[in-house]
Design a protein around this ligand. Sequence first.
Ligand SMILES: [Zn+2]
Length: 153
Amino acid sequence: MQKSVAPIAHFRVYPGSQQRSGLYLTVVVFKTRAEMLTYCRESANAGYQCGDNVNAACHSFDRIVVRAGKKDRKLPHIGEIHLHLDAIGIGVLSHEMAHGAYCWLRRKLRTEGVRFFGKVIYDMTVEEKYAWVLGNLVRQSVVRLYELGIYPR
Ligand SMILES: [Zn+2]
């Protein structure tokens, strides 16, 4: 279906490689939050559903090729991150990338459970808290590094 809004940027990021290969997420940037939400609503069949209160989102999924007589095959596209120009700061970015890291962990571990300090966890509440904490730590560190004149280098 043709969408009524177009992103201003659309690119891939590869959690497990610096060589731009293997499993990847797409990052899609919109001019405004309203455009991002419209895109999500129009993509509902693709699984990009989010509530009206989100400021940015990471959608995790498995895309599977199913062919008669052949083994099902999972495609390397494991998630999509939606951002807009008022939500691209380092705090938001690292928060959504934490969710992206979880997409990669789920696929690599072939489970809904992620092992963290010896415990299997998969609980969206834990993932959300982890993403918030990481976002806060990275944002505060980057802000301080700029204040101290260490960034930019
Ligand atoms: Zn989150």
